[in-house]
Design a protein around this ligand. Structure first.
Ligand SMILES: Nc1ncnc2c1ncn2[C@@H]1O[C@H](COP(=O)(O)OP(=O)(O)OP(=O)(O)O)[C@@H](O)[C@H]1O
Ligand SMILES: [Mg+2]
Length: 212
């Protein structure tokens, strides 16, 4: 097992672990997706899983569509199960959702939300985010954060693919306390990832090979 440490636990959705080999794992947490602590855990977890899958798909779509644009985001090393990669001592009491990890290049420095950037820089980042948005739709790019300087460009953008379908499921869950069968079936399919498409992104170019 590699040397890991918790890098951030401030995010709304995820804990991020430094794997000590130049990569991190963004590990989605189990949490209530409703304002009140209501409803079946399995329904909340299905919403989280769909949110994770949306981000995995966004990275894969970006890599397939536009390698140049990929210079503005961390290298993507596929999805993973954080519970397999990180020891329970490091995970501690964090309630991670099994299977819902994303392995990314580790970016040095501190990430800032768009609103915290200087005007000129925010404009430059915004131009890139419009291009990213065109590739990853559906997805909300505007809650992303930015490292300045970036690892392969002036800046590196993370968290650019917030799933905008959360409310479609969290609102009925809050109203009723559980989801209907058709909603559960939809979430099940939204929470799946296309393994072949992900594998393709990993074999695209040498620089995208996952580190040992
Ligand atoms: N590739 C990375 N390299 C280094 N640090 C990272 C990386 N990805 C995420 N982090 C760290 O983890 C934090 C949370 O990551 P991220 O924004 O993806 O999660 P989130 O749960 O969606 O958070 P938020 O509530 O800010 O939207 C970032 O602010 C940053 O400090
Ligand atoms: Mg986020």
């Amino acid at each position: 097992m590699v040397q890991t440490r918790l890098l951030s636990n401030d995010g709304a959705y995820a804990a991020v672990f430094d794997l000590g080999d130049g990569t991190v794992v963004k590990a989605y947490r189990r949490k209530y997706t409703t304002t009140f602590a209501l409803g079946e855990w399995s329904d909340h977890e299905a919403i989280i899983r769909a949110t994770w899958a949306n981000e995995v798909r966004a990275y894969a779509a970006l890599m397939a569509a536009d390698p140049d644009l990929c210079n503005f985001v961390p290298r993507f090393y596929g999805h993973c199960d954080p519970l397999d990669l990180i020891s329970s001592a490091v995970i501690g009491s964090l309630r991670l959702v099994s299977g819902c990890g994303i392995r990314l290049e580790r970016i040095d420095g501190r990430a800032a939300k768009l609103a915290a950037l200087d005007d000129d820089l925010r404009e430059a980042v915004t131009r890139i985010l419009w291009r990213i948005r065109g590739v990853i739709e559906p997805g909300n790019v505007w809650d992303s954060s930015c490292f300045v300087p970036g690892s392969r460009a002036e800046f590196t953008i993370i968290d650019f693919a917030l799933w905008d379908g959360v409310d479609d499921y969290s609102e009925p869950l809050e109203r009723r306390g559980y989801l209907l069968e058709h909603q559960r079936a939809e979430l099940q399919s939204l929470g799946g990832v296309d393994e072949a498409a992900i594998a393709m992104t990993q074999s695209h170019a040498d620089e995208y090979q996952a580190p040992e």
